[in-house]
Ligand binder design. Sequence first.
Ligand SMILES: Cc1ncc(COP(=O)(O)O)c(C=O)c1O
Length: 416
Amino acid sequence: MDWTASFARRAHTLGSGEITAILALAGATDVITFSGGFPAPETFPVGVVTDIVADLLARDAAVALQYTATEGLASTRDYLAARLEAVQGLRPAPGELMITSGGIDCMELLAKSFIDPGDAVVVEAPSYLGAIMAFRGYQADVRGVPLDGGGLRVDVLADLLAGGLRPKVVYTIPDFQNPTGLSLSAERRHALVSLARRYGFLILEDVAYRDLGFGAPPPPALWSLAPDVVLQAGTCSKIFFPGVRLGWAAGPAQIISQLAIAKQNSDQCAGALGQRLFEEYGRGGHLDRQLAASRELYARRATLLTAALAAHLPEDSTWTVPEGGFYSWVTLPEGVDTVVLNSRATERKVAFVPGAPFYPVATPAGARQLRLSYSRVADDLIDEGVRRIAAAIAGMPPAAPAGVPGTASILIPETS
Ligand SMILES: Cc1ncc(COP(=O)(O)O)c(C=O)c1O
């Protein structure tokens, strides 16, 4: 049977499996993979987790193996509230914080709660693919606003708002953004929250990489500046481990309680075992210790990557120099199509993600851009991986005109 005709109309807005393709490489061992935003396995706290699990099963199995309230366990929320106060300078009240099943769960719950077909949502162009897909899944009209060295071009957003655009949500990743590695300047953070108050939209602030800066701490979190108009989505995936599928949402109590209602008919609650595990891990001081080690590891890999890019990429290539997080965003010379390059790179056993799918609407620039994630590539393979990409570029035939099927196949269809 072919079930395509039975799929809901919204299923056709969900792209063609780019994330599935990235995750399929999670277990690949013979490919140098710069593709997914995977944390380094060296950061996984196997020993400590083993001890905590044994202890939880001995002492607290009735809680750790049970369902939890949809908002999450009170003790875990209490730990997280204290942590947010310590690292972001603001403590959410009990009704202003819930535990989610990873960062992506927050996007999905917010989209489900806020978006009617055709509602405008603004994202950075380029932005995190999972969020774009979450909004598209509810038939949002997803608009892109460009970034530069200071992050989201808040001035461009201001012009669009002055011209009549009325988004319900503006989604931003202010710290070490996925896919560019860029961060939002302090000045623009203040300007953005002023716009939110003036025009009445919600800022969805994704802090997935905030704790993974290599230098001075980033400017204040948007949520700490304006908890009245910001919903913060956090994740434990990059700082603890993704297998735990855990995150948080902090924001206005009215929105948090609506997200909890939305969660009741998806997975009802995040797993109790993971919640207790994360809480004990944090309370025991292990998270802060690991964060210091992780920052050092990722900083080293970022340096190795940018050195390799400088050594091997063709002239006229540019890339962002990461100051935190997992990514560098590369722009290749005019005429190189990174979708075509991707299949040539696969033959050479190296993987990356082409730029086009990160844009809500296709742009010519996206066709020659690509994202490199250095987080999971062993130090001694980074240079070799970039060499292979450069070799794949070197032998490329001249680019075909824009709009050929090879390019179109990776673009996400626009919603009406
Ligand atoms: C910006 C951003 N937000 C959220 C997530 C998703 O995190 P989680 O694994 O918690 O769903 C990712 C994962 O790559 C990400 O890059």
